[in-house]
Design a protein around this ligand. Structure first.
Ligand SMILES: [Fe+2]
Length: 421
């Protein structure tokens, strides 16, 4: 982490802490602790289980509704209570994050929530129409502050321009979720005077119902995915050398993803793609797949069709649309010498690059019909030598940094013919 990023996180943390201290010093009222806890935990749950809506073209909206709880708290509770609620809701869910990322996230969300509360109180909300504007203004301030803080951290960590990153983050943010958040927050604020704290059930009820329906639908879609895993397993079992290849590549990808801050749905999709990346080999003849001698040009061309065939097979499952290009491009190389399309550098999707490098590590460290396996150290050496040529240099560094975990997985998941190791 660079010095400027450390400084940035420290400043935001100090501002958040100073705000809470100042509010306590001026005896700002705090709502009952049990209310703060229930509201904060509900917000955390809403963020931990985001609603995902997949559009026809494979893009999707992820609607994390933690923001709804923070915003309604900013209006209904005292500013300091709202800040504490947003800090609870902002704690990480199931992905492991470095401690400074947790501190940063909690601090920046609490500042955004405080400023939303402050903005709302600037309006004389005695008229309904003014109240709508006040809530909209609070949401706008919350969105701007929250996204600016995040864009600032990303631009420092990735050394990219702040403006460009902020624009990307805001474009993502102003999707359907902002309208759902606005609608639910407004509903909660409107009903609060009549039902008091029980308004939380008014928010949670529809949320749980929507989730239940979406989960049912997803289970229905998964039956196709299960069939594809079975197909993949059958393909791997035909060749003892590739048995367990998909699972290992998936585990290696998970290690890299964790280092790169990829989590949630993106990580889930990456793991599915890693498991299924070679499914197109179903169309390659066994004598070619298992040939011990050097392949002829015609045979090699047959092998080279597998990413395109795999992408076509996977495109049969609409819910897997996103991973189609990841499968198609897993044999592309950083300098453009790969196949099927000779894509270069960052034109190759990041996920395809991750699968590609993990695929090579596994291929090198397992036996093939035409050669013995390389040791872990030899494989790392070969991959380092290919940095900037075959592989994205940044990914090579990440792999080298996490090589001990790669080695652990390699040993734990070694194919049965390597049982003695
Ligand atoms: Fe492949």
């Amino acid at each position: 982490m660079s010095l400027s990023l450390k400084f940035y996180i420290a400043i935001i943390t100090i501002i958040s802490g100073a705000l809470i201290c100042a509010l306590l010093f001026f005896h700002e009222p705090i709502d009952p602790w049990w209310m703060i806890l229930v509201w904060g935990i509900s917000g955390w749950v809403a963020d931990a289980y985001p609603i995902e809506v997949r559009k026809v073209n494979g893009n999707k909206w992820v609607i994390g509704l933690g923001m709804t709880f923070n915003l309604s708290a900013a209006v209904l509770f005292s500013p300091i209570s709202a800040m504490i609620i947003s800090m609870i809701a902002g704690l990480p869910a199931f992905h492991r994050l470095a401690w400074y990322k947790i501190v940063f996230n909690v601090a920046q969300i609490s500042i955004a929530t405080f400023l939303a509360a402050f903005t709302y109180r600037l309006f004389p909300v005695n008229l309904e129409i003014v109240r709508i504007f006040a809530i909209a203004a609070a949401i706008g301030v919350y969105a701007l502050i929250n996204n600016s803080f995040v864009a600032g951290a990303v631009s420092m960590a990735a050394k990219k321009r702040f403006g460009g990153i902020l624009r990307d983050v805001l474009v993502d943010f102003f999707g359907i979720s902002i309208f759902i958040s606005l609608a639910i927050a407004y509903l909660a604020i409107y009903i609060y005077p009549y039902v008091g704290f029980y308004v939380i059930f008014v928010i949670l009820g529809p949320l749980l119902a929507i989730r239940f329906v979406i989960d049912l639908y997803r289970k229905f879609l998964n039956t196709k995915l299960e069939a594809m895993y079975a197909l993949m397993k059958a393909l791997e079992e035909k060749d003892p050398y590739t048995a367990g290849h998909g699972e290992r590549v998936s585990l290696y990808c998970e290690v890299m993803a964790e280092k790169m801050g990829i989590y949630g749905k993106q990580l889930d999709d990456l793991k599915i793609a890693a498991q299924l990346h070679d499914i197109g080999k179903i169309g390659v003849r066994d004598i070619v797949l298992n040939k011990a001698a050097k392949l002829t040009d015609v045979e090699y061309d047959e092998i080279k069709k597998h990413p395109v065939d795999g992408a076509r097979i996977i495109s049969e499952i609409p819910s897997l649309n996103r991973i189609v290009p990841w499968v198609r491009y897993h044999h592309e190389r950083w300098n453009g010498t790969g196949y099927p399309d000779g894509k270069k550098g960052e034109d190759i999707p990041l996920e395809a690059r991750i699968i590609g490098i993990c695929d090579v590590y596994d291929a090198l460290t397992t036996k093939r019909s035409y050669r013995d396996e390389y040791t872990h150290e030899e494989a790392i050496k070969i991959i380092v030598a290919g940095s900037g040529k075959d592989f994205d240099p940044e990914l090579v560094s990440i792999l080298v940094e996490s090589q001990d975990r790669f080695n652990e997985i390699r040993i734990a998941k070694a194919p049965s013919y390597m049982g003695e190791r």
